[in-house]
Design a binder for this molecule. Structure first.
Ligand SMILES: [Zn+2]
Length: 65
C-alpha cells in the first residue's frame, strides 16, 4: 500500500503498476510527489485477508484405518 503525503490518497501496489509517484497530484497540480510505502498497512490488509479465508484446520481429517 502506498500513501501520498501531499493529498493523502492511498494506492494499492497493483493499482500503480510499478509507478512510485502520485498520479492525482501529477494530473491536478503537475507536481511529482513520491509515494510513501506503508508496510504496516499492507501487513494489516494481508492479515485481514488471511482471516477471511477458511482455515486449513477446518478441513476434516479422516483418521486412518
Ligand atoms: Zn497526491
Amino acid at each position: 500500500m502506498f500513501h501520498c503525503e501531499r493529498c493523502g490518497i492511498r494506492f494499492s501496489t497493483g493499482a500503480l503498476s510499478g509507478r512510485r509517484d502520485c498520479p492525482r497530484c501529477k494530473s491536478r497540480d503537475g507536481v511529482t510527489v513520491l509515494l510513501t510505502w506503508e508496510p504496516l498497512l499492507a501487513a494489516r490488509t494481508a492479515a485481514a485477508l488471511a482471516e477471511a479465508r477458511p482455515k486449513p484446520e477446518r478441513v476434516a481429517v479422516v483418521p486412518g484405518p
